[in-house]
Design a protein around this ligand. Sequence first.
Ligand SMILES: O=C(O)CCC(=O)C(=O)O
Ligand SMILES: [Mn+2]
Length: 197
Amino acid sequence: MERDNILPKEGEAYYFGSILTPKEADYYFERLFKTIDWQQDEVIIFGKRIVTKRKTGWYGEKEFEYTYSKITRKAKIWTPELVALMKLVEKRTGLEFNSCLLNLYHSGEEGMSWHSDAEAELGKDPAIASLSLGAERKFVLKNKASGEKISLELENGSLLLMKGQTQKFWLHSLPKTKKVKEPRINLTFRKIVKTKK
Ligand SMILES: O=C(O)CCC(=O)C(=O)O
Ligand SMILES: [Mn+2]
């Protein structure tokens, strides 16, 4: 399916809007909220270990090791809901994934700062498919060289695909906001291509 690239240069990002009915989106939100083994994330900021309020889960078809924010984690094996959602995302994007990083934001007080998903495990020019459940949140992409920003609202049940050189040339963030009181779950499906021994 042809879609418009929302990036003006140096990468590709496609917004599919909602790919789930509101009922399906609610169902999966509740199921993931209950069944994912949510972990308090630890990040290292200016050399200090900080426990974030946001919770994360790391799942895959194998016990992949993945390093992000200087912390290495071993993947848990797929749950039935994650397999069902991945199949849906694979069908829509025409791409294959083998792992998923989940984030649980309890409210708008939690977000994610500027970063790109350029970990070695993902290989060159990784495709990342991001599925959103729950509260609608603003998502921003920023060009590393020019600072140009592209903003969009990620609605309940929506799919965003980042691919090509996006991670090389753009950062992305989920800004905190006092306006949003409701929780949101985000799933980023990824493909681990290099595994560490
Ligand atoms: O919650 C989001 O929409 C962004 C998540 C993200 O960028 C990540 O998990 O790397
Ligand atoms: Mn990211």
